[in-house]
Design a protein around this ligand. Structure first.
Ligand code: HEM
Length: 189
């Protein structure tokens, strides 16, 4: 996982629980604490899992809730670091539909060793306001995905809903999120 995710995790912990708590998490995960995290480096996926597990233990939070809250925190952090990907996007739907074909493609080119997930978007036959987003990643970070969707809704101030309709962790063939945007109100002359 790229260092930017670890740097954001540090910001997430420090902003919510303070510097001392982050230091405690590093004490709990000495293998991940040799040097400060930096964005361009790539660290083992397991380290973010270890840090998150340590945080959940110390703060008595459920892993799903912690990962989702972290995902929500990540969205503005990523948007700030990569403004070109968000500038010019007129809606959350536009942005979500551009992640797979543009944003994560560019991320792979810009950041050596980046392996962002595949997020294939499909229209929903009987609902023009909904899309199905198929999440494919060996990491299985569905709750982080949920949080990123929450963060995207907040960024655009568009209260769209999402439900996790299928999940590999529940034994289903793939992970799918049904994302439903508010209906556009027709403008009458
Ligand atoms: C400004 C927009 C975005 C940027 C710059 C961005 C960039 C990145 C980067 C750098 C990573 C780490 C990849 C790695 O370490 O290998 C990542 C991971 C991820 N991104 Fe994005 N992303 C953006 C938007 C989104 C959105 C809107 C979603 C979901 C709707 C999303 C879903 C994910 C997920 C779930 C991961 C975690 C890694 C995994 O599950 O394998 N991203 N993204």
């Amino acid at each position: 996982m790229k260092g930017v995710v670890f740097v954001l995790f540090e910001e997430f912990v420090v902003r919510n629980w303070g510097e001392a708590t982050f230091e405690q998490l590093l004490d709990d995960c000495p293998h991940a604490a040799a040097e400060p995290f930096v964005s361009p480096k790539t660290y083992p996926d397991q380290w973010i899992v270890d840090l998150l597990t340590a945080a959940c233990k110390r703060l008595a939070v459920a892993p799903e809730d912690a990962l989702r809250a972290f995902g929500k925190f990540c969205f503005p952090g990523l948007a700030k670091r990569f403004p070109a990907f968000v500038k010019g996007m007129d809606s959350p739907r536009h942005l979500i539909e551009s992640v797979n074909g543009i944003i994560h493609v560019e991320v792979r080119k810009l950041m050596d060793g980046a392996e962002p997930p595949s997020l294939l978007c499909q229209p929903v036959a009987d609902d023009p306001n909904a899309i199905d987003v198929h999440y494919e990643s060996r990491r299985g970070l569905c709750a982080l995905m949920s949080g990123l969707l929450d963060g995207c809704a907040e960024h655009f101030s568009v209260p769209f809903q999402h439900t996790h309709t299928c999940c590999k962790q529940r034994g289903e063939p793939r992970c799918t999120f049904r994302v439903t945007f508010p209906a556009l109100v027709p403008v009458h002359p």
